[in-house]
Design a protein around this ligand. Structure first.
Ligand SMILES: Nc1ncnc2c1ncn2[C@@H]1O[C@H](COP(=O)(O)OP(=O)(O)OP(=O)(O)O)[C@@H](O)[C@H]1O
Length: 233
């Protein structure tokens, strides 16, 4: 079953501070991700992988094309949806694990991780219990759970971010380098968490620079260089 279908996306950045210089990045981006599948975007630095992920989540507008996401038994185009629909899709249908944690001052780690469940109506104590399970799985020492993550190391912050991104059940999940700052043991934990999401039928689209991780999680690699804009003669 197709959970995410990207059709003919195109993006050109316009550099307003450079006299309106236009920088075509990708065109005709077309691929689909099925439930229970992890598709990885491949290609060299600058090919447009992050830009595609940001368009799929609606952080970047698209010049052309559609991002169809399964929701309530239909496919909804996130690229042309109004802001309310985008928020609904982000609550119920599509999640995003970014590379970096955006920390909020004074909020404890356990509450940072529990929050996505609390806003979905889960009882606070139950949300914190599940947050603790995620943090323990990711080997984050319990003495850190009551502290805000602002002063944590890069790898600790990334694990808090992964716990927060994986705690909900979004049928489509976008992963932007979730293992970049992790040691081998924790990379293996995340690989296991991705395998678990596959078993639960989640469709994942990700960027992984680490070749070992990529080989373990990718069911298919979509080479982004195939979407390079044709240079006009
Ligand atoms: N907001 C932006 N404004 C202008 N140009 C941008 C913007 N975002 C990306 N670009 C440009 O688009 C091109 C593709 O960038 P992108 O980050 O998508 O590549 P990538 O394949 O993810 O690279 P990497 O593997 O290095 O992360 C680059 O040339 C980049 O400079």
């Amino acid at each position: 079953m197709t959970a995410l279908s990207v059709r003919n996306l195109a993006k050109t950045f316009t550099m307003h501070l450079r006299g309106g210089l236009s920088l075509p990045v990708v065109e005709n981006v077309t691929f689909a991700v099925s439930a229970g599948e992890c598709v990885v975007l491949g290609g060299p630095s600058g090919a447009g992988k992050s830009s595609i992920l940001k368009m799929v989540y609606g952080n970047y507008g698209v010049d052309r094309g559609a991002v169809m996401i399964a929701h309530d038994g239909a496919l909804v185009d996130l690229a042309s949806a109004d802001p309310r629909t985008v928020l609904t899709l982000r609550r119920d249908a599509i999640g995003y694990v970014s590379q970096f944690l955006r920390t909020v001052p004074r909020v404890s780690t356990i509450d940072v991780v529990a929050e996505p469940l609390v806003v979905r109506g889960v009882d606070k104590a139950e949300a914190q219990r599940r947050a603790g399970e995620m943090l323990a799985q990711l080997n984050l020492p319990e003495r850190l759970w009551e502290l805000p993550p602002a002063t944590f190391s890069g790898g600790e912050q990334q694990r808090v971010n992964i716990a927060r991104g994986f705690i909900t059940h979004h049928p489509v999940l976008l992963l932007d380098e979730p293992t970049a700052s992790l040691d081998a043991a924790n990379r293996a934990v995340v690989v296991g968490m991705i395998a678990q999401k596959k078993r639960e039928g989640v469709a994942m689209l990700g960027i992984f620079h680490d070749e070992e991780v990529r080989a373990e999680v990718a069911d298919r690699i979509v080479d982004v260089t195939g979407f390079a804009p044709k240079v006009a003669a």
